[in-house]
Ligand binder design. Structure first.
Ligand code: TXA
Ligand code: MG
Length: 323
């Protein structure tokens, strides 16, 4: 059985948070809102609880999880920190930036997918922070979708994928960012690796670090197994629309369109966003809507801009369109 509750976002009711924290401390699963996407949470230090996350999602067990913390002192307990970690956390936490560092033994191998590193972030959502604080433990949480599907950015999507698979779902309404956090590996301060573009724009991180982020080579790509699997895809195909691409030969009359510009072809429905931030925020919900309403496919506009959320948005669109 799955219970649901709708805490007040800015002042979450202590009864609701205590109930959720008790479930976490009894090795159960709680889905909760963050500022990026909904998370599927368990006690990160309890291997039995973490195993349930992999089962509920149908996720390959070599794909490591992010540990969510509510204060910086937890970081020192979990990983070997360095000056960069302090600087980045000071500038960007709470927020959509995940830091990969050398793990301490307290982090179970199952939480870190067998790696010698662990990924950490402090989410910018009062409900998430209250839950982590009350549980008194770091909470391991991947996105709260069945593995491979679009991440949930509203309560109904979490319910659709997770009802009956988790003990509790906390309804935090629609979320601000809509795509997952940016993941960077800072284990070597001389060579910072961008493992996954996301909610925190690259140029803001580079400005604080005063250096460029590196692309992982094939060895470090192996160290971030999450990038290997099919991701974010609805059950209908996703077709990319570049401004110079010619889709005129395709029959798109039953397609759903998402983007920030009018397409030059006809579709069954268009969702036009006012800017890229709103596009990112609404992308996964649009995928799920077009899937639910049995559109033939999704046509997603390719964002050409080179700043802000566009790199993360391009990554999600590209990977959702791949087999
Ligand atoms: O915004 C987010 O990051 C959301 C919310 C819930 O916080 N979480 C999320 O988790 O997207 P998930 O599991 O869907 O993605 C975690 C990513 C994966 O690409 C995984 O491979 C990578 O982080 N990751 C986790 N631990 C890692 C580690 N030790 N080394 C390298 N990559 C790691
Ligand atoms: Mg995910």
């Amino acid at each position: 059985m799955t219970i649901t509750a709708t805490p007040n976002k800015w002042n979450p009711e202590p009864e609701i948070i205590s109930c959720a924290a008790e479930i976490i401390n009894a090795s159960g699963l709680v889905a909760f809102p963050t500022e990026t996407v909904y998370g599927l949470g368990a006690n990160a230090l309890d291997p039995e609880a973490v195993k349930k996350i992999y089962e509920a999602k149908g996720r390959p067990s070599d794909n490591p999880l992010i540990l969510h913390v509510s204060n910086y002192s937890q970081v020192e307990e979990l990983v070997f920190t360095n000056e960069l970690a302090e600087k980045l956390a000071g500038n960007f936490w709470p927020g959509p930036l995940t830091l990969v560092l050398k793990a301490k033994n307290i982090v179970p191998l199952v939480t870190r997918g067998g790696l010698d590193t662990a990924a950490l972030r402090m989410p910018d959502n009062p409900i998430a922070l209250a839950l982590i604080e009350k549980a008194g433990k770091p909470i391991a949480a991947p996105s709260a979708n069945i593995s491979g599907r679009p991440s949930p950015t509203d309560f109904e999507s979490v319910l659709h994928d997770m009802c009956g698979r988790v003990e509790m779902i906390l309804d935090g309404g629609e979320l601000e960012i809509g795509i997952e956090s940016t993941v960077i590996d800072i284990t070597n301060p001389k060579k910072i690796l961008m493992l996954r573009p996301g909610g925190m724009p690259r140029e803001l991180i580079e400005e604080v670090l005063k250096m460029k982020l590196d692309v992982p080579d094939s060895l470090s790509a192996k160290r971030s197994p999450g990038t290997r699997y099919r991701h974010y895809a609805p059950e209908i195909p996703v077709i990319i629309y570049r401004r110079d691409s010619d889709l005129k030969n395709l029959d798109l009359k039953s397609a759903g369109y998402v983007g920030t510009h009018e397409p030059d072809f006809e579709t069954r429905e268009k969702i036009l966003f006012s800017d890229l931030k709103n596009y990112a925020r609404g992308l996964f919900a649009a995928f799920r809507k077009f899937e639910r309403e049995k559109f033939s496919c999704v046509v997603a506009e390719w964002p050409e801009e080179n700043s802000g959320i566009s790199e993360g948005l391009r990554d999600r669109i590209k990977r959702s369109s791949e087999d």
